[in-house]
Design a protein around this ligand. Structure first.
Ligand code: ATP
Length: 314
């Protein structure tokens, strides 16, 4: 598929990484549109951190390339593109005996920023404005995580890269973090690249997804396509399930017979259409309900399919 590279802040092209004999990442091509919330989803060891470390310049790819704000890997000015991104990979490196503002001041100095003027605004953005005089060692996990994000936001990056930012957070901390990330994306138009596993709840923020498994990209798609791709299923209990088959076959619908009375029908047909069609026969409907396959099942299916083929979708 041809991609218009002007639309993307970050693209990778066949990116691969081997550690001695072990392939941690193989031939991965992802496309992160400007203004998106891109969730890189995969189980432990899928290669998420490896991919992030490569695009952050912390490691060199074994093969393939990437392009950051239009500059290709290898361009001698790539550092200018890197200045436009903020990262939090692993636990944020904080000075525990200092306050949040003092930690930010150190970061500002390291980045060569001319003034500390916008530190109060940054602290307010991440919800740490009321921590004056408090040392970081007294902070909760969620506060430390938010300070880590504030450090990554120093210099107002256009792209924020976060690796498992919910690690160690309780459910309330996750909700607060989700709101902060939404705010950054909507109010500051910061593009977000978040590596996450499914249980963190962050994938629900995503506008785009890349599913990684065993170092390979199983699929890349946007939230709308994912919603469509999450199969809808109608569970039907009738007096005689085999009698329904002729009707379903006529309409070329896919279905699965579970027992003499139960079957599952996959889209496209609405419950109303199905009930109307059955009402014209002598089949008795005992119950009918519709359920939707969630993100988790979608990923599980992908992993199963992944054994036989890989692909990208837009
Ligand atoms: P997790 O959620 O557990 O952090 P991940 O998707 O981020 O997983 P990576 O950290 O990228 O996965 O690791 C991918 C694979 O590469 C793992 O099997 C890991 O053991 C291996 N790996 C990562 N770094 C190295 C290294 N420096 N040397 C050897 N193998 C490595």
């Amino acid at each position: 598929m041809e991609y218009d590279l002007r639309k993307y802040i970050l693209t990778t092209d066949g990116l691969s990484k081997k550690y001695r004999g072990f392939t941690a990442l193989q031939d991965v091509s992802i496309h992160i549109p400007k203004g998106s919330v891109y969730c890189l989803i995969g189980r432990n060891g899928a290669g998420k951190t490896t991919l992030l470390r490569l695009v952050c310049g912390l490691q060199k790819p074994t093969a393939g390339s990437y392009s950051l704000f239009g500059r290709p890997y290898g361009d001698r000015d790539i550092y200018k593109s890197r200045r436009r991104m903020g990262t939090m990979i692993g636990q944020p490196a904080l000075y525990p005996s200092m306050t949040a503002a003092e930690n930010l001041q150190i970061q500002y100095r390291m980045l060569g920023m001319p003034s500390f003027r916008d530190i109060p605004e940054l602290l307010a953005l991440v919800g740490l404005e009321n921590t004056k005089g408090l040392r970081v060692q007294t902070f909760s996990m969620g506060m430390k995580q938010r300070l880590g994000i504030a450090l990554a936001l120093a210099g107002s990056p256009d792209l924020l890269i976060l690796d498992e930012p919910t690690a160690g957070l309780d459910p309330l901390g996750i909700i607060e973090l989700r709101e902060l990330l939404l705010k950054l994306n909507r109010e500051r138009q910061t593009t977000l690249l978040i590596a996450s596993h499914l249980l963190s709840e962050l994938p629900r923020l995503a506008t785009h997804y890349g599913f990684l498994e065993k170092g390979r990209l199983l699929r890349e798609l946007d939230a709308h396509s994912l919603e469509e791709g999450c199969r809808k299923c109608i569970s039907l209990t009738v007096s005689n399930s085999s009698a329904v088959c002729a009707l379903l076959d006529d309409r070329k619908l896919s279905y699965r017979i579970l027992s003499d009375t139960d079957l599952e029908i996959y889209s496209p047909i609405t419950v109303t259409e199905l009930v109307q069609a059955l009402a014209a026969t002598d089949i008795h409907i005992l119950s009918v309900s519709q359920r939707e396959e969630g993100l988790e099942n979608y990923l599980l299916n992908l992993v199963e399919i992944g054994a036989s083929g890989y692909g990208t979708e837009k």
